[in-house]
Design a protein around this ligand. Structure first.
Ligand SMILES: [Zn+2]
Length: 386
């Protein structure tokens, strides 16, 4: 039986480990003496905590540390990317993706498997994803990395660890964590909506600005609002369903049951028409194809209308276009800016900056891995078993 005193001691230690690690993470390498000064902990306590963090490979001693000098108080201790890593996963309509990111948020491994996941059997797709996990974690372990947890980005709404609805996959109420049944330390499993994780991916791996509205163009259109470096999720975690903001009240029927939603005009299906891929659309646009240009003008105009409402509600300083909107940015930028500028001109000095995502198509899978890294940094004792 653990005494209450033991519990108190353990929780205080866990908190102190988190404080020391947060200081190193926020402000870079520190000597043990500087850490003691900044955290208000004694030098003895700091030395003991740093020893455990070193042992777990979370931090490393920087500079030219020669044999016999390890542990010398003058040596700076910084975050280490050599040992601890996290797994990011994504189920998209057209592919499965995985990446391994280390503690310094450096991408170490990445995999993308093309797949047709429309109206699919969850068990079969998750089986494929598990095979991908096995392959990439084996490679990570060969590289000396300890992969601690996994987060999965899904194109649907997530509530209490259950994938409530992913209409394009044809999934409802799927208990993904149970079906995935990941082994060992990967058992620390998180799942969130693709647009939410993509917004975090943009925050940690893209422009790294603390305030923006991320707009994710996929088959559906989602948005993630980042405020002072934190994701705004809404009361039920369902904020950001931009694709179902009404652009034309009596417009064509949408799969959500409404009419004239943004998705009907600017979702992937509307943009591609008969074309097979975004690459095909870009090729047409580059050759000056009028029909392709008109599809982008229509989509950009609708996006400008929907974003005008979002700007009035949320007042973001920047709007980041990601997903399939990133490769199409050249052709969308004009119509979207026009729509935004024309509608916001009377109310504001200028519309928010409209920029392209800096993460290519990888924002969601990177954000997933980044989420676990953030959790390890916040709770090293719990997640690393220190
Ligand atoms: Zn809709």
């Amino acid at each position: 039986m653990v005494s209450s005193r033991g519990v108190r001691h353990d929780s205080m230690r866990a908190r102190n480990l988190a404080v020391v690690l947060a200081t190193i993470h926020r402000s870079g390498p520190h000597t043990r003496a500087a850490l003691a000064e900044r955290t208000g902990l004694t030098k003895t306590t700091v030395s003991s905590l740093v020893a455990d963090l070193l042992e777990a490979g979370v931090v490393a001693e920087g500079g030219a540390v020669r044999g016999g000098e390890r542990g010398r108080p003058g040596v700076a201790v910084g975050l280490s990317g050599h040992r601890v890593a996290a797994l990011g996963l994504e189920i998209n309509i057209d592919y499965l993706a995985a990446c391994v990111v280390d503690l310094t948020r450096t991408v170490r491994l990445r995999r993308v498997r093309p797949a047709d996941n429309r109206n699919s059997d969850p068990a079969a797709i998750l089986e494929g994803l598990r095979a991908l996990v096995k392959e990439i974690t084996a490679e990570a372990e060969e590289a000396g990395l300890r992969v601690i947890g996994a987060a999965l980005a899904v194109p649907g709404t997530v509530e209490g660890g259950v994938l409530r609805s992913a209409p394009h996959l044809g999934w409802r109420d799927v208990r993904v964590a149970g079906l995935m049944d990941l082994p060992g330390e990967l058992g620390h499993f998180e799942m969130d909506n693709e647009a939410n994780l993509a917004a975090l991916g943009e925050l940690w791996f893209g422009a790294r600005e603390p305030d923006f509205l991320y707009v994710s163009g996929e088959i559906g259109i989602g948005a993630g609002l980042v405020v002072r470096g934190s994701l705004f999720r809404g009361t039920f975690g369902l904020a950001g369903e931009l694709g179902h903001v009404v652009v034309v009240p009596d417009g064509p029927a949408c799969r959500c049951g409404g009419r004239g939603c943004l998705e009907v005009y600017a979702g992937q299906d509307a943009l591609l028409g008969e074309l097979a891929s975004v690459g095909d659309l870009v090729a047409r646009l580059e050759s000056g194809d009028r029909e392709a240009e008109q599809a982008c003008e229509r989509a950009g105009h609708a996006l400008g209308v929907a974003l005008t409402s979002a700007v009035h509600l949320l007042d973001p300083g920047r709007i980041v276009l990601g997903g399939i909107f990133a490769p199409l940015f050249r052709w969308l930028e004009g119509p979207v800016s026009e729509g935004l500028g024309a509608r916001l001109g009377q109310m504001r000095g200028r519309p928010p900056a409209l920029v392209v995502s800096g993460t290519g198509g990888e924002a969601a899978v990177l954000g997933a891995a980044g989420l676990i890294i953030q959790q390890i940094l916040a709770e090293p004792a719990q997640l690393l078993g220190l």
